[in-house]
Design a protein around this ligand. Sequence first.
Ligand code: NI
Length: 179
Amino acid sequence: MALLKIARMGHPVLRQRAEPISDPTDPAIRRLVEDMIETMADAGGIGLAAPQVHVPLRLVIYGLPPDDDGTPAAVPFTVLINPVIEPLGPDHAVGVEGCLSIPGMIGQVPRWTDIRVLYQNLAGDTLERVINGYHARVVQHECDHLEGILYPMRIADMGTFGFIEEFRKGGQHLDAVAD
Ligand code: NI
């Protein structure tokens, strides 16, 4: 396994549409996922999309490990290959997001609250998952990376975009930052 270099906002790989993965069972894809897991853990992120490690393929990983007492995480660790998102209703919610490609910054982003995601796993199975809330936010953020979209492009009120350190100094409560 290896730590991969994370592309930062401004790098063209983050603005292009990623290519579909024709064979999810290709060992090279499994190796990429292993390296992305290591890279995400090292960077302290909750999600990572392949374009963020300079690989323009439709692959994202996300999730949290179970709590120390074994309680399953609110966002289970998941590999999504060739994901397709469909909203399940008109409802949106605004929540705080950050991104490993935009270090030190956060902003408040509107996202659908309820979605269905169709995807493939590393075995090549086609699966479907219905998710909501914070979990759905993380998936929308990561899948946006596959379209060349970064979260600041989704912010409705740019007054909410800034340096996390400054918001903390101002006493803003910043639990549950999605990245
Ligand atoms: Ni991101």
